[in-house]
Design a protein around this ligand. Structure first.
Ligand SMILES: Nc1nc2c(c(=O)[nH]1)N[C@H]1C(S)=C(S)[C@@H](COP(=O)(O)OP(=O)(O)OC[C@H]3O[C@@H](n4cnc5c(N)ncnc54)[C@H](O)[C@@H]3O)O[C@H]1N2
Ligand code: MOO
Length: 410
C-alpha cells in the first residue's frame, strides 16, 4: 500500500480500530486469583453467593425483638452473639441479646442498638435513644445477590476487582491469554542500555520505553533487540516476529536513506505509511504482516512514546478484548506559561498541571518541546493538547489538557 495524505489522530485511530477484533478465545486460561493481577476476565463473573451471606449486626450493642420495641424500662441480657460465634440459645421476648459487629443476627431480632445508646445496670440494659425497626442490621445480599452479574467479560482485573472476587469465595478465574508482542529497534546508531558509546552512537531508549509500556499493559514481550539497517538482518527479525499477535518497531518509518525498514515492510506486509497531523509523531506505519498486526513508531523518543500512548494503547485494549477502556480524559486548564505553537498539526506538548489555591486548574509547560527531548516527558503529568489550527498560546489562556492515564503514571 502507498502513503496517504496527513491524517488526524481520530482518523488514524478509526482506521486502526475498524480493522482489528479481539483475539480468539481458544487460548483462554483458568488461573488462580493470586496470579490474575492485570489479566482480563474471559467471561462474565456471576456471584455464587449472597454478600453478606447472612443477616448480621452493623454495631457492637444489643439486639431486640419487635415486641420489645419501643423499649421502655430495663431488659435482662440473655446472652452474647459474637462474629463467627452465633448465639444459639433460647431468646425469650422481654430480654435483650448482647451482639458484636459482624455477628449473625437471630431471625427473631428486629433491631440492634449501639452500645453508646445503652445504659447497663445489675438488672440488665435500658436504651436512651428511640429505636427503629431494622436499624443496624445488615441484611443478607445487601451488597450482592447470589446470581448477580458482578463483572462483564473483558474486565481488567486489578485492585478493585480481585479482592471483590475473593469476597465471593472465588479462587480461580478464566482469563484471556496475554497478547504476544514482538519488538525491535532499527538504526546503526543504537547501542544497548549501559553500553559505551562511540562517536555518533546513542542508547536505544525507545525499545526500553516501549517494553515497559507493553509490560504495564499486560503483554508478553518478545524483545528482538536492536536490528542494524541491513536488509537481511531485518528480514530475519520480521521472520522471528511473525508468531506474535502484534509487531512493533521503532525508527525508519520516515524518509531517511539508510532506512531499509520501509522497503522490507512493503515487500513482506500490507502496510500503510501515514503522515499524522500530530506533533510529535508525524510518521507512523500501521498494517498487517502475515497473521500479525504491525505498528511502526517514529524514531524520535518523544514521538515514539506519544504515538504508542495515543494509538498503540487503544489498539492493544481492543486486541486483548478489554471492555471499558476509554480514551484519556481531557480537561480545561489555564496556561501558566506561554506555549509556542504553529498552526498545522495538533500538538501534544508535555505539561505539569495542578489545582491552585483558587481551586482553578492550571498547567505549565515542561520547557523545550523537541521530539528528541525526553526530559520534557519525565517532568510531565499531562499532555497539553493544542488543536491543529491553534497558534501561540499566551500565559492566562485556557487550554485543553490530558492527564496521563495509568500507563504513564507510576
Ligand atoms: N526530510 C524529512 N526528515 C524527517 C521528517 C520528514 O518529514 N522529512 N520527519 C521527521 C520526524 S517528524 C520524525 S519523528 C523522524 C522520524 O524518523 P524515523 O522514524 O525514520 O526514525 P529515524 O530516522 O530512524 O530516527 C529519528 C531520530 O530518532 C533517534 N532514534 C531512533 N531510534 C531510536 C531509539 N530506539 N532510541 C532512541 N532514539 C532513537 C534517531 O537517532 C534519530 O535522531 O524523522 C524526522 N525527519
Ligand atoms: O513528528 Mo516528529 O515526531 O515531529 O519529531
Amino acid at each position: 500500500m502507498s502513503s496517504s495524505p496527513l491524517l488526524t489522530l481520530e482518523q488514524a485511530l478509526e482506521k486502526m480500530l475498524s480493522h482489528v477484533s479481539p483475539l480468539s478465545n481458544e487460548h483462554n486460561q483458568t488461573i488462580s486469583l493470586t496470579q490474575a493481577m492485570g489479566r482480563i476476565s474471559a467471561t462474565a463473573i456471576v456471584s455464587p453467593v449472597n454478600v453478606p451471606p447472612f443477616d448480621n449486626s452493623a454495631m457492637d450493642g444489643y439486639a431486640l425483638q419487635a415486641v420489645d420495641i419501643p423499649s421502655n424500662g430495663t431488659l435482662p441480657v440473655i446472652g452474647t452473639a459474637f462474629a463467627g460465634r452465633p448465639y444459639s440459645g433460647e431468646w425469650p421476648s422481654g430480654t435483650a441479646l448482647r451482639i458484636m459487629t459482624g455477628a449473625p443476627v437471630p431471625t427473631s431480632a428486629a433491631a440492634v442498638i449501639m452500645q453508646e445508646q445503652a445504659e447497663t445496670t445489675d438488672q440488665g440494659v435500658r436504651f436512651v435513644a428511640p429505636v427503629a425497626i431494622g436499624q443496624n442490621i445488615r441484611r443478607i445480599g445487601d451488597d450482592i445477590h447470589l446470581g448477580d452479574k458482578v463483572f462483564e467479560a473483558g474486565r481488567l482485573l486489578g485492585i478493585a476487582e480481585l479482592p471483590m472476587l475473593a469476597s465471593l469465595g472465588i479462587a480461580e478465574v478464566e482469563v484471556t491469554r496475554r497478547l504476544k508482542v514482538a519488538l525491535f529497534s532499527t538504526g546503526d546508531e543504537l547501542q544497548p542500555i549501559g553500553a559505551a558509546l562511540a562517536e555518533g552512537q546513542i542508547h536505544d531508549t525507545n525499545r526500553f520505553a516501549v517494553r515497559l509500556m507493553l509490560e504495564q499493559l499486560g503483554c508478553e514481550v518478545l524483545d528482538l533487540g536492536i536490528i542494524p539497517d541491513d536488509a537481511d538482518a531485518l528480514r530475519q527479525a520480521f521472520s522471528q516476529a511473525a508468531a506474535a499477535d502484534l509487531i512493533i518497531t521503532s525508527g525508519g518509518v520516515s524518509v531517511g536513506e539508510a532506512d531499509y525498514t520501509k522497503s522490507i515492510l512493503e515487500e513482506r506486509g500490507e502496510i500503510n505509511f501515514w503522515k499524522l497531523a500530530i506533533k510529535p509523531g508525524k510518521p507512523f506505519a500501521f498494517g498487517r504482516m502475515g497473521s500479525a498486526w504491525f505498528c511502526g513508531l517514529p524514531g524520535n523518543p518523544v514521538s515514539a512514546a506519544v504515538t504508542f500512548y495515543q494509538l498503540v494503547q487503544p489498539l492493544i485494549a481492543r486486541l486483548s478484548g478489554r471492555q471499558g477502556w476509554h480514551l484519556p480524559t481531557r480537561l480545561r486548564a489555564r496556561a501558566l506559561t506561554p506555549l509556542k505553537k504553529q498552526p498545522g498539526r495538533m500538538d501534544f506538548q508535555r505539561g505539569i498541571f495542578h489545582r491552585n489555591e483558587r481551586d482553578e486548574m492550571v498547567v505549565a509547560s515542561t520547557g523545550h518541546q523537541g521530539s528528541h527531548v525526553f526530559s520534557s516527558f519525565s517532568a510531565a503529568n499531562c499532555f497539553i493538547v493544542l488543536a491543529a489550527e491553534q497558534g501561540p498560546v499566551k500565559a492566562g489562556d485556557w487550554v485543553e489538557i490530558e492527564p496521563f492515564n495509568p500507563l504513564l503514571q507510576q
